[in-house]
Design a protein around this ligand. Structure first.
Ligand code: NAD
Length: 363
């Protein structure tokens, strides 16, 4: 009998499913996206995440991990079912919970008696109660278990979390969910669902506050001629402040805020296009113009090729392959040596010595 079902095999669901299988559980993953499920069943993973492909292959080989588009097959033998579907933002800023509602209606009749439905998606406060009402299954407990993993380090974050938050009105259901994590060493906080949901939002709010703060300080540094790196180091020795989430960048990056990052990339590129710029772009995780990338943008598969004949090179993410890029090679390729290093990851002196007009953030 499978122990765990995952509903929504995206970033969070796939990571959770592969990691739970790695921890020894039998996990069945369900998604409505047929092409994703067919690829996953063959061990092809749609996201770039260190260690994930190996865990998916390990799970498939040991038969601990399976993928399906059939809700009945996926959940009907599972005592614990995790909801991991997306909860995007609507144009008015509220959260679109329609994917949660559809998923709940698809699985409701197939959930085994006395099973536990766990909400891992990030949802408005009060959603556990709403899910319970929509479910119309008085025998099934609805538990909140928010996820804090970051894209880029998802597997490591899932297996080594700083805390596990479980919100339940029912102590037994909370313990069943805690049991799923028993091989993980981390503080487990059991609370009520409303507090668990509020913890997730509060953590996100605090992190974006830190990022906004340091971006504002970076702007001050640019204005007064201070060095942002030294300012950060100077304030971060104060243990009340620390150095985490204190790196300036082109807005809010970070894995918890994918919607914000996406819309930010859109604004960078779209403004340049509207001004008549020709944009050539490289990203190790993007191979073509899918997912909202304007068709005028030429996606290339090598960062050096992206620099060919460029009047300016803009670095927006801090992938390792960009940090180690050879400035001499970039100089040979570009028409004008203009470099905008929004992540402050390149060696200013090295690039300036070669004649680049270097613009960092707060530098
Ligand atoms: P995602 O878009 O990567 O994946 C969602 C998956 O759910 C997709 O594969 C989609 O096809 C599937 N799905 C949609 N409706 C379904 C249904 N009715 N039945 C089955 N599958 C369905 O989303 P994600 O990034 O994994 O985020 C999931 C939730 O976790 C969101 O609430 C998000 O805010 C939260 N979260 C995300 C992160 C992150 O870094 N990505 C971190 C913490 C929390």
């Amino acid at each position: 009998m499978s122990e765990i079902a995952i509903v929504g095999t995206g970033y969070v669901g796939l990571t959770a499913g592969a990691c739970f299988a790695h921890l020894g559980h039998r996990v069945s993953c369900y998604d409505i996206d047929e092409s994703k499920i067919s690829k996953l069943s063959n061990g092809e993973i749609p996201i770039v995440e260190e260690g994930l492909e190996a865990l998916v292959k390990e799970g498939l080989q040991s038969n601990k991990l399976s993928f399906s588009t059939d809700p009945q097959k996926a959940v009907s033998e599972c005592e614990v079912v995790f909801l991991c579907v997306q909860t995007p933002q609507l144009p008015d800023g509220t959260t679109d919970t329609s994917m949660i509602d559809s998923a709940v209606s698809q699985i409701a009749e197939f959930l085994p008696e006395n099973s536990v439905l766990v909400n891992k998606s990030t949802v408005p406060v009060g959603s556990a109660k709403k899910v319970f009402e929509n479910l119309k299954r008085s025998d099934v407990e609805v538990v909140s278990n928010p996820e804090f993993l970051r894209e880029g380090t998802a597997v490591n974050d899932f297996l080594n979390p700083e805390r596990i938050i479980i919100g339940s009105e029912n102590e037994n259901a909370a313990q069943i969910v805690a049991e799923m994590y028993k091989k993980i060493e981390a503080p487990v906080l059991i609370t009520d669902p409303i507090s668990a949901e509020t913890i997730k939002y509060s953590a996100n709010a605090f992190l974006v506050t830190k990022l906004s703060f340091i971006n504002s300080i970076a702007a001050v540094c640019e204005g007064v001629g201070a060095n942002i790196d030294d300012v950060i180091e100077g304030i971060s020795y104060d243990s009340r402040i620390g150095d985490k989430y204190m790196k300036p960048g082109p807005g809010w990056g970070g894995s918890c805020f994918p919607k914000d990052t996406k819309s930010l990339i859109h604004i960078v590129i779209n403004r340049l296009l509207s001004e008549g710029a020709k944009v050539k772009a490289h990203d190790p995780t993007v191979s073509d113009n899918k997912e909202g990338i304007p068709p005028q943008v030429l996606i290339v598969n090598d960062p050096i090729v992206a620099c060919d004949d460029a009047n300016a090179v803009v670095l927006l993410t801090d992938w390792d392959e960009y940090k180690s890029i050879d400035p001499n090679e970039v100089l040979k390729r570009t028409s004008d040596p203009n470099l905008i290093d929004t992540r402050n990851v390149l060696d200013v002196k090295e690039w300036k010595n070669l004649g680049f007009a270097y613009q960092g953030t707060g530098r």
